[in-house]
Ligand binder design. Structure first.
Ligand code: ATP
Ligand code: MG
Length: 139
């Protein structure tokens, strides 16, 4: 099914100048970039985005990390984009991620793991409009 998913190039990867390589990989893997912007997230925006994790012990450090520098927000479209992007990202912990996945290539730890991706259709329905208005989702 043709789907859209939200990808975030996290502050660690932006800082290390991996944004271009990651975007090129998306296109190489057949994703179409439907919308894109670079933003510094506010603390409130990061807390709201990761609200499902608010009871986790790592929540405060996750939010601090996500506001530590600009991120690149991307809406990707492809057949089976949600699962396909999760596979391309690799495991949350880069040391456990399959070779050549984005986290294996560009992540440095379970916390500083380079990219985010929606993990289900329901999550994508929350995450895409969280950052993009209808008029930004251009054809
Ligand atoms: P994301 O939601 O960012 O795509 P994910 O779905 O693979 O990652 P989640 O379990 O949703 O993993 O965790 C969200 C983020 O919280 C992780 O990407 C990572 O940055 C951070 N995180 C997860 N587990 C830990 C942990 N044990 N210690 C520190 N940070 C963690
Ligand atoms: Mg997640």
């Amino acid at each position: 099914m043709l789907e859209q998913t939200l990808a975030i190039i996290k502050p660690d990867a932006v800082r290390k100048k991996f944004s271009g390589a990651i975007l090129a990989r998306y296109e190489k893997e057949g994703f179409r970039i439907r919308a894109i912007k670079m933003r510094a997230l506010s603390k409130g925006e990061a807390e709201g985005f990761y609200a499902v994790h608010r009871e986790r012990p790592f929540f405060a450090s996750l939010v601090a990390f996500m506001v530590s520098g600009p991120v690149v927000l991307v809406v990707l479209e492809r057949e089976d984009a949600i699962l396909g992007h999760r596979q391309l990202m690799g495991a949350t912990d880069p040391s456990k991620a399959v070779k050549e996945t984005l986290r294996a290539l560009y992540g440095e730890s379970i916390e500083f793991n380079a990219v985010h991706g929606s993990d289900s259709a329901e999550t994508a329905r929350f995450e895409i409009p969280y950052f993009f208005s209808t008029v930004e989702l251009v054809g």
